[in-house]
Design a protein around this ligand. Structure first.
Ligand SMILES: Cc1ncc(COP(=O)(O)O)c(C=O)c1O
Length: 468
């Protein structure tokens, strides 16, 4: 049984707690798992028991697989607490929260060089997945209207992308769109302009490059793809829009790579999604979708809700949704500004690059991404021909013993033969913490040198979640 912060003399607190827990009769019984409990339980005891169960969860700060925020300032906790009752959908009841959301939309449009940021169209979402669905739906609707007005019969729409995060597979399946995913080839792990053009036709609703490929952290060449699509339009009259999946990159590129052409500076980029809860530094449950101009977000996708008072426009897959994350996002914008975000992302990038440089010194590894021109972090594989007595699955498993989550996973088609490991450097992954991970990694390598894995783990047996 874990202890609570002893605000009272320890013995008194313990006896109170013992009393509450024993009175609740939960002490000698497991928590309910299948049946709805008959009786009520004292809140302190119930809290303690649930709290204790959560001790078995992993330590999020040691999770180097996730891009999501695992460290927040105390002020964010305060604001989240103050906003616990605020429902994002109820803009009549919480007009200031709605105003804060609108401000964030305009600020992001400004950050991404929108031609008309003060009148930007956009919304908050629960994360990049929902924002991607909305971006995809807008593209599909614009395509349908185009086909209807041309008198062509509606064929199956398609979407061209590189090795995307699973949210785009979901979008394609849920909304009946053919996904034309460009496979990897050799050391090319993302899309290339030539491969994009080969797959586009008049039923292409859009091209989705990723600013920070989930598997490797590298940016896809958005400007080059945009230029190639300009040529396609000139030659064949096919006008294909771009939606950028900037789940992580939306908050790294503006600060780390400000001259990179990927955003609304490219006229072909009609919409962008990002995760506020990744490098946006908001708590979990915050994403954004922003459109270039009013006409890029079809009016028929916007519902007007009347029963909450007034007439509320909404474009979302959810209805009720917590407002705290949006308020915390605004707090970050105010608190950090461009200066603060630049400092934090630069610090993260330096940690990722340092880790990559250390791995380079280990003769066993081949760096796939060295942390320099993409998302902070690095990705590596075992050198070909090396037989170090372990696989990356074994190594990931060994690191789990010390609480680290640095999962190994295969690359997507056509490089599923290559297993990689990735560490994401985000706020809270300090140089010191990265150093401790490196020490454990070196110890693990030594361990395998003396005790080679008799039967190496497979992806299934190694387990692990790699945010793909
Ligand atoms: C490129 C990319 N797109 C979309 C997502 C999904 O984001 P979310 O978890 O915010 O829904 C991720 C998550 O890692 C991602 O890396």
């Amino acid at each position: 049984m874990g202890l609570r912060v002893p605000v009272q003399p320890k013995e008194l607190f313990l006896s109170n707690l013992d009393d509450q827990v024993s009175r609740s009769s939960f002490l000698s019984h497991p928590l309910p798992r299948y049946k709805f409990p008959k009786e009520e339980t004292d809140p302190t005891a119930a809290y303690q028991l649930v709290h204790d169960e959560l001790l078995l969860d992993g330590n999020s700060r040691q999770n180097l697989a996730t891009f999501c925020q695992t460290w927040v300032e105390p002020e964010i906790r305060k604001l989240m607490d103050e906003c616990i009752d605020k429902n994002m959908i109820d803009k009549d009841e919480y007009p200031q929260t709605a105003e804060i959301e609108a401000r964030c939309v305009r600020m992001l449009a400004d950050l991404w060089n929108s031609p008309d940021a003060p009148n930007a169209q956009g919304c908050s979402t629960t994360g990049s997945s929902e924002a991607a669905m909305l971006g995809g739906l807008a593209m599909k609707t614009r395509w349908r209207k185009r086909v209807e007005s041309s008198g062509r019969s509606l064929a199956k729409p398609n979407l061209v992308c590189g090795p995307v995060q699973i949210c785009w597979h979901k979008f394609a399946r849920y909304f009946d769109v053919e996904l034309r995913e460009i496979p990897c080839e050799g050391r090319r792990f993302g899309m290339s302009p030539e491969e994009v053009i080969r797959r586009c036709d008049e039923d292409t609703i859009g091209v989705v490059p990723t600013l920070g490929i989930t598997h490797t952290l590298q940016y896809e060449p958005i400007k080059e793809i945009s230029l190639a699509l300009d040529d396609l339009e000139e030659e064949l009259g096919i006008d294909v829009p771009i939606h950028v999946d900037a789940a992580s990159g939306g908050f790294t590129a503006p600060f780390l790579h400000p001259s990179l052409g990927w955003d609304f500076r490219l006229p072909r980029v009609k919409s962008i999604n990002t995760s506020g809860h990744k490098y946006g530094l908001a708590p979990l449950g915050c994403g954004w979708a922003i459109w270039r101009e009013k006409q890029d977000l079809p009016e028929e996708l916007i519902f007007r809700v009347k029963y909450l008072g007034g007439s509320m426009p909404t474009f979302a897959l959810n209805f009720s949704r917590p407002g705290g994350q949006i308020v915390a996002q605004y707090y970050n914008f105010v608190r950090l500004g461009r200066e603060g975000y630049a400092k934090i992302t630069q610090g993260c990038a330096e940690v990722g690059q340092w880790f990559a440089d250390q791995l380079k010194k280990e003769s066993l590894f081949d760096l796939i991404y060295d942390g320099r021109h993409g998302i902070p972090g690095c990705t590596w594989t075992l050198k070909r021909g090396e037989n170090p007595g372990f696989t990356l699955y074994d190594l990931a498993d060994r690191l789990r013993v010390k609480g680290w989550q640095v999962p190994a996973y295969p690359m997507p088609a056509n490089r599923a033969d290559m297993v990689v490991q990735r560490m994401v450097a985000r706020l809270g992954v300090t140089r010191d913490l990265a150093g401790l991970l490196l020490e454990d990694l070196q110890k693990a390598i030594k361990h395998f040198k003396h005790n080679p894995a008799a039967k190496s783990l497979s992806r299934q047996s190694a387990g692990g979640y790699h945010h793909n």
